[in-house]
Design a protein around this ligand. Structure first.
Ligand code: MOS
Length: 740
C-alpha cells in the first residue's frame, strides 16, 4: 500500500482538458451528423394557435422542421397533463400546450448549425396566451403539501414537542420570513446531446449527463426499447450542478429527430435556453420562528417553507431539513408547501434544499444571537446537537465543534466586536459573519471491476461520471493504492453504459458509492493476485501465507524476504490468462438504520461595504468542513472552494428574474444573470478536519460536492448585517436593499 489516497494528486484528466483534447458531448466526431436547434415558447401559459413552418422548411439545407403537428407520438409521454402523476416530465412536441417560458415547441434540423439557427428564426408561432401564474407570494393559498420532501424522501412535514408552548416560554423570539430567488444552473458547458440510431432498434447517445444509466433508462422507456438497446456515453462534463441529473426534453427530441431524418443529430441547448426546459432552483419563502431562553437555550424552532413546482411535475425544494436536525430543540416543527406555477420544472441544484434552508435558518440564528447579545458561535455551541434530534439516532460521526474552532481561529473570530456597524476603515464598513454548513451523506448501489492485464497494467472500470469534480483522479488513486502501483499504471474508465452500473453523480454520493465499489473491486483483484502468487509453484512467493505477500512499488514480494518477488507482468504471463479480474457489487447495508449520517462545516466571512453606495464585496472567507475521509487534498479543496464561491454568488449576485405579467425570464443570459468572476472573489480558504468514520461506507468518504455552498450565503448575509446594521432577508443582498 502506498498511501496514495488523500494525496493532492494532479487531475488525471487535467492535461487533456487544458490541451483541448478532452471530448465533450457535442464534440464527438460522429460521421454524417446534422444539427438540431430547438424553437422555444415566448409565452409561459396557453396554447399554440398556429405554427407556420413552410418558410423554415424551404430554408437552406433544412431537413426537418418538427412541431406537435408532425412529430411522432410517443405513447410513454402521451398522457401528460396538468393532472398527470408526479414525475420528471418532458415536453417533446406531443400537443399544443405551453406550460412555461422557453418550453420546446419545435425543432429545426439542417446540414449545418448556422442553417439550423437561421431556419429556426423563420418558424412563426401564434399563441392563445393565458395569464401566467408565476408569483409565489400571492398564490400561497393555492399550494399543497406534497407527500414527500425532496432529497432522501423524508416526510414533508415534521413535528416534535410543542412549538407554540416553546415560543411562550422563550425570553426572546425571532419570527421572520426569508426569501431566496430562482436560480438557473449555468455550467460552463450547457446541455448537449448527439443521438445516433445504430439500427432501428439500437440507439447511442453522447450526452452531457450526470447519470448515464438514468439517461439510458429514460430514453429506453420513452422509445419502448430494452435498456440494453441504448448506450449512453459521457466521458467529460463541463459542470452539472444538478441540472444534468434528470434527462430533459432535448435528449428525447434529438433521438426523435435522428429517427426522422435517419442521420445522427447533434443538439446543443443555447445559453438563453438554459432558462427553461432543463431545470432550475425554485424560489423559496421560508417563515422561521425561533424562541430562546436568555441563556441561549433554544425553546422552539419552526420552518414553514413554500416553493414552486411546475404545472406537470413535482419537485420539493426541501429547505426544512436543516431546521429539523441541526440544533438541539425539543419543540420543533417544519412544513413544506409547493405551488404549481408556469415555470420550468424546479429541480436539483447544488445542495437542493440545504443551500436555501441553511440561508434562512442560519440568518435567523444570527438574528437570535444579536437579540440575546451572544456570540453567534457560542449560541450555536449552546444548542449543539450531540445526537440527531430529528431521527433520534447517534451521528455516525460529527466534528462540527472542531470545524467552528479551526475556521474561527484561522479567521480571527475572537477579535470580533459583538456590536453591528462597529468596524470601519474610512468610508468602508467591515463586518464579520458566520454560519453552519450541513449536508447529508448518501450512498447508492454501485458496481466496478478491476483487471490486471497481460502487460502488467491495470484497467479499472465503473460507469459513473466526472462532472469536473475529480472522479477520474480519486478512482485512480483508490485503485493504485490497492495495487501498490503508480497511478500511471492504472487506466480508469468511466462515462459509458457498457461499463459496470453506477448511480447518478448527484447528492454528493459518487466518492461514497462508486469510490467504495472501486475500492472493493480493487481489493478483490488484489486478493486474487495474492492467491495466484502463493499457489503458483513457479512464483517466488509459492507457499507463502497471504499475509506475507506485499504489493508495493509495482511488484509483489514476500514481506519476510523482500528479495523474493516479481512483477505483475511476470505473475500473469505464467498464468497464460489475458487478464485477471476482480469485481464488486457494493451497496449500503443497515447503517442508516443505526446512525444518522451528515457532513458538517462552519463558514466565516468578512465583507466590506461602501457606506454610501451599499456596494458589498467579500474580502475573505474561511470554511472548515468535516466530511469523512478526504480522498484527494487538491480536488477536495477545489470542491469546497467552488461551493463557497457559489455561496457568495447566491448571497450577492444570482437571481433569475421573471416578469410577472408576461411570465418571461428577464435576464436569461450571462450578462444580466450575474455570477461572480475572478475579480469578485477575495481570499477563500477551505480547511477540513480529518475525520475517520467507520460506519458510513467502506471508503469512509461523506461526499464534498455540495456542503461548501450550505451556510455560505448566510455567513455573507450575516457579515453584511454586522457591517451595516441592516438585515436583508431576501437574497441576493444587492445595494438597493442596503441604501433604501
Ligand atoms: Mo446535485 S444538485 O445532487 O447534482
Amino acid at each position: 500500500m502506498n498511501n496514495l489516497i488523500g494525496q493532492p494528486l494532479d487531475r488525471i484528466d487535467g492535461r487533456v482538458k487544458v490541451t483541448g483534447r478532452a471530448v465533450y458531448a457535442y464534440e464527438h466526431d460522429v460521421p454524417n451528423a446534422v444539427y438540431a436547434v430547438m424553437v422555444t415558447s415566448s409565452i409561459a401559459n396557453g396554447r399554440i394557435a398556429s405554427i407556420e413552418t413552410h418558410e423554415a422548411e424551404r430554408a437552406r439545407s433544412v431537413l426537418l422542421v418538427m412541431t406537435h403537428q408532425n412529430s411522432p407520438k410517443l405513447p410513454a409521454v402521451q398522457d401528460q397533463s396538468e393532472t398527470s402523476p408526479p414525475g420528471r416530465a418532458v415536453q417533446v412536441l406531443q400537443d399544443d400546450r405551453v406550460y412555461y417560458p422557453n418550453q420546446p415547441i419545435g425543432l429545426v434540423v439542417a446540414e449545418t448549425f448556422v442553417d439550423a439557427v437561421a431556419a429556426a428564426q423563420l418558424v412563426q408561432v401564434q399563441y392563445q396566451a393565458r395569464p401566467p401564474q408565476v408569483d409565489l407570494e400571492s398564490r400561497l393559498s393555492q399550494g399543497y403539501t406534497p407527500k414527500k420532501s425532496g432529497g432522501g424522501g423524508a416526510p414533508s412535514t415534521s413535528k416534535r414537542g410543542d412549538v407554540e408552548a416553546g415560543l411562550k416560554e422563550a425570553d426572546q423570539r425571532i419570527e421572520q420570513v426569508y426569501w431566496t430567488p430562482f436560480q438557473v444552473h449555468n455550467p460552463m458547458e450547457p446541455h448537449a446531446t448527439i443521438a445516433v440510431w445504430d439500427t432501428a432498434q439500437h440507439l447511442t447517445i453522447y450526452d452531457a449527463t450526470q447519470g448515464i444509466f438514468g439517461a439510458r433508462g429514460r430514453v429506453a422507456s420513452v422509445f419502448a426499447l430494452p435498456p440494453s438497446n441504448v448506450r449512453v456515453i459521457s466521458p467529460y462534463l463541463g459542470g452539472g450542478f444538478g441540472s444534468k441529473g434528470p434527462t430533459w426534453s432535448h435528449v428525447i427530441l434529438a433521438a426523435m429527430a435522428a429517427k426522422q431524418v435517419n442521420r445522427p443529430v447533434k443538439l446543443a441547448v443555447t445559453r438563453p435556453q438554459m432558462f427553461g426546459p432543463v431545470g432550475l432552483r425554485s424560489q423559496t419563502r421560508q417563515a422561521i420562528a425561533i424562541g430562546a431562553k436568555s441563556d441561549g437555550t433554544i425553546t422552539a424552532l419552526r420552518n414553514d417553507t413554500a416553493s414552486h413546482t411546475s404545472m406537470f411535475g413535482e419537485f420539493v425544494e426541501a429547505a426544512t431539513l436543516p431546521t429539523r436536525m441541526l440544533y438541539q430543540s425539543s419543540n420543533n416543527s417544519t412544513s413544506q408547501v409547493i405551488v404549481r406555477s408556469n415555470i420550468g420544472q424546479s429541480s436539483y441544484m447544488r445542495a437542493p434544499g440545504e443551500a436555501t434552508g441553511t440561508f434562512a435558518l442560519e440568518v435567523a440564528m444570527d438574528e437570535m444571537a444579536y437579540a440575546l447579545k451572544m456570540d453567534p458561535v457560542a449560541f450555536r455551541l449552546k444548542n449543539y446537537a450531540e445526537t440527531d434530534p430529528d431521527e433520534n439516532k447517534p451521528w455516525s460521526s460529527k466534528s462540527l465543534r472542531e470545524c467552528y474552532r479551526q475556521a474561527g481561529e484561522r479567521f480571527g473570530w475572537s477579535r470580533r466586536p459583538l456590536e453591528a456597524r462597529s468596524m470601519r476603515e474610512g468610508n468602508t464598513l467591515i463586518g464579520w459573519g458566520m454560519a453552519t454548513s450541513v449536508y447529508p451523506t448518501r450512498r447508492s448501489e454501485s458496481h466496478a471491476s478491476a483487471r490486471l492485464n497481460a502487460d502488467g497494467t491495470f484497467s479499472v472500470d465503473a460507469g459513473s461520471q466526472d462532472l469536473g469534480t475529480g472522479t477520474y483522479t480519486i478512482m485512480t488513486q483508490i485503485a493504485a493504492e490497492s495495487f501498490g502501483v503508480s497511478p500511471r499504471q492504472v487506466r480508469f474508465r468511466l462515462g459509458d453504459t457498457i461499463l459496470p452500473e453506477t448511480p447518478v453523480s448527484g447528492g454528493s454520493q459518487t466518492a461514497a458509492s462508486t469510490g467504495s465499489a472501486v475500492q472493493l473491486a480493487s481489493q478483490a483483484l488484489r486478493e486474487k493476485l495474492i492467491q495466484m502468487a502463493i499457489t503458483d509453484a513457479q512464483s517466488p512467493m509459492s507457499g507463502a501465507s497471504a499475509q506475507d505477500v506485499a504489493l508495493e512499488g509495482g511488484r509483489l514480494y514476500r514481506r519476510s524476504d523482500p528479495a523474493k518477488g516479481e512483477t505483475f507482468q511476470q505473475l500473469i504471463s505464467r498464468s497464460g490468462q489475458a487478464y485477471v479480474e476482480g469485481t464488486a457489487d457494493s451497496k449500503p447495508g443497515s447503517e442508516k438504520e443505526s446512525y444518522s449520517m451528515y457532513a458538517f462545516g462552519a463558514q466565516f466571512a468578512e465583507v466590506r461595504v461602501d457606506a454610501d453606495l451599499g456596494e458589498v464585496s467579500v474580502s475573505r472567507m474561511v470554511g472548515c468542513f468535516a466530511a469523512g475521509k478526504i480522498l484527494n487534498a487538491k480536488t477536495a479543496r477545489s470542491q469546497f472552494m467552488g461551493g463557497m464561491i457559489w455561496g457568495i454568488s447566491m448571497a450577492l449576485y444570482e437571481e433569475a428574474a421573471v416578469d410577472k405579467r408576461l411570465g418571461r425570464w428577464v435576464n436569461n443570459n450571462l450578462a444580466e444573470y450575474h455570477v461572480p468572476v475572478n475579480a469578485d472573489i477575495g481570499q477563500i480558504e477551505a480547511l477540513w478536519v480529518d475525520e475517520v468514520d467507520h460506519h458510513i461506507n467502506p471508503i469512509g468518504a461523506k461526499g464534498i460536492g455540495e456542503i461548501g455552498i450550505t451556510g455560505a450565503s448566510a455567513a455573507v448575509a450575516n457579515a453584511v448585517f454586522h457591517a451595516t446594521g441592516k438585515r436583508v432577508r431576501d437574497l441576493p443582498v444587492t445595494l438597493d436593499k442596503l441604501i433604501i
